[in-house]
Design a protein. Structure first.
Length: 532
């Protein structure tokens, strides 16, 4: 009678260490969160992109109106024209966090999601058979390569979503279960968080193609199309799940037009090929060579899906910097597992008394422990959130004209004035964050929305290209908040029609002394377009 009563206590003794003792993946997550993002320099990195500003304001619009916007609310250049807020759910999350904790909530949440994605990648590599050292090195290389996108923007969800998708696929390849169908709701959620859901669909399609190729390589009598057909059905189901968004199929049409735009590839830096001049690109280069060297090994072992995944993302990463983090997170677990297999095969011949043998045994002992989530993660995150640290009160002043805006708020966003402001797309994002709806902008970070129609005019003004004066008059700008290094800023400083209201080493704020007679009405968008 007494024996069964012991089982709950035994179970509690087994569970307690898992909850109270942090694993290596816990330590990695907390170290990245506290050291990488909770410091002053950390949050400055996360807020280095102005897009965070309009994402927050879009989320606030959604929370206020309980509808997803379909028309542009932020600009005067394309006011009221159709617009896709394709990351509406992430925008809502950012806005809700900002409403409770300000920018502190946004950066802590962003840091947590990025840290969780990195820790999950580490656990995935260990689960695949990598020893902890190889897994840690590969994870840190992937994390370093992905820092180009360590920003408080919705794409943080894609790194986590890609890792989860690849893990679930690999788990199903080893042992088929119904759990792979959970990718359908995961994809539906991902679609409303970020357009990177296409990366998940691509990995599913590559898994289907890999299984099909494996079957084609076998003798006819040994072919079994079941796995390929199964992954084909999962791919089709997940593709159908992407229609579960407020815009339906029109979102896909818009994305296809955006991603195929030659103008976008020409002018948007993250859509251009990477430049191997930074530390993050060197880390990407290490993973790139490692992944490509493994292609023959993977093909020989009939692991076609993994070989195709490495080749596909390697190609896309070399074409567009935007895909560098995706390649790094897709290739890192494969590289770590293969490096561990090579080490195990080579070190097995070493004597236990040798330095190499001792290192091998110690590494095996460290790698034998299970990776789990403990209570330390939610405890530390709660302390970071509740600790009386104000966090960032504004965007970093080394990236944005924070001081200029603070000292000239009455000029930039006077009640009832709605001045037309010419500024950079990044600074326009910041103005949207600071002053919406009191001011409208010419262009901002939504390059998919403005397109070449307005974008080329913006670039001509930026560079003071021939005809810049006509464009300046045609749009009837009232203010110009410009980086001092802009050619246009230098010209307007010497232009008698413009008065300097503020000047420092970073920015210049100018106000037009007299407006041109053309297009006095600030709402005459159609007439402005017709005059250009």
């Amino acid at each position: 009678m007494l024996v069964p009563a012991l089982y709950p206590r035994a179970g509690a003794r087994r569970i307690a260490p898992r909850l109270l003792v942090p694993s290596l993946s816990d330590s990695l997550l907390l170290a990245m969160l506290l050291w990488g993002f909770a410091t002053g320099s950390g949050w400055r990195v996360l807020l280095a992109d102005g897009d965070t500003g309009w994402h927050i304001r879009t989320g606030e619009l959604i929370l206020q109106t309980h509808t997803v916007p379909t028309r542009d609310p932020f600009s005067f250049s394309k006011a009221g024209q159709p617009w896709f807020a394709w990351e509406w759910l992430a925008d809502t999350i950012f806005a809700a966090l900002h409403g409770f904790w300000g920018l502190k909530g946004v950066v802590v949440f962003t840091g947590l999601v990025l840290s969780l994605g990195t820790a999950t990648l580490f656990r995935f590599a260990v689960w695949r058979g990598a020893n902890v050292l190889a897994a840690l090195v590969a994870t840190l290389l992937a994390s370093g390569a992905a820092t180009v996108h360590y920003l408080a923007r919705p794409h943080i969800f894609t790194l986590l979503g890609l890792t989860v998708t690849l893990w679930m696929l690999e788990r199903d390849r080893r042992r088929e279960t119904r759990a792979v169908w959970l990718l359908v709701p995961v994809t539906a959620l991902w679609t409303n968080l970020h357009a990177g859901f296409l990366a998940g669909i691509a990995c599913l399609a590559l898994a289907t193609a890999g299984q099909t190729w494996n079957d084609l390589r076998r003798p006819r009598e040994k072919r079994n199309w079941r796995a390929a057909g199964r992954y084909g059905l999962v791919t089709a189901a997940c593709t159908g799940a992407t229609l579960a968004n407020p815009y339906g199929w029109r979102l896909h049409q818009h994305m296809a037009s955006y991603l195929s735009s030659g103008w976008i590839r020409e002018v948007v830096q993250e859509f251009q090929s990477p430049r191997f001049r930074s530390e993050s690109m060197l880390q990407f280069e290490a993973l790139l060579f490692g992944g490509l060297l493994l292609i023959p090994v993977l093909c020989k072992q009939q692991r076609s899906a993994e070989a195709l995944t490495v080749l596909f993302w390697a190609h896309n990463a070399l074409v567009s910097t935007r895909h560098v983090p995706l390649y790094a997170f897709a290739a890192a677990p494969i590289c770590a597992a293969e490096a561990s297999r090579w080490w195990a095969g080579w070190s097995v011949r070493l004597s236990r008394r040798s330095i190499g043998g001792t290192f091998r045994d110690c590494l095996a002992d460290f790698s034998g422990g299970q990776q789990h989530w403990s209570l330390w993660v939610p405890m530390v995150v709660s302390c970071v959130v509740l600790y009386p640290w104000a966090g960032p009160r504004d965007f970093p002043d080394n990236k944005f004209p924070v001081i200029a805006v603070q000292q000239n708020e009455a000029v930039i966003a006077a009640p009832g004035s709605a001045p037309r402001i010419l500024t950079s797309d990044q600074w326009a994002d910041y103005l949207i964050y600071r002053f919406y709806p009191r001011c409208r902008v010419f262009v901002d970070g939504r390059s998919d929305f403005y397109g070449p129609e307005v974008g080329r005019q913006y670039l001509d003004l930026l560079n003071a290209a021939p005809g810049w004066q006509d464009r300046l008059d045609a749009w009837s700008f009232d203010l110009a908040l410009l980086p001092v290094e802009w050619p246009l800023g230098q010209l307007l400083l010497r232009n008698p029609d413009w008065q300097v209201r503020y000047l420092d080493a970073q920015s210049v704020l100018l106000e037009r002394k007299r407006r041109p007679s053309l297009n006095q009405n600030p709402d005459s968008t159609e007439r402005i377009h017709g005059s250009i």
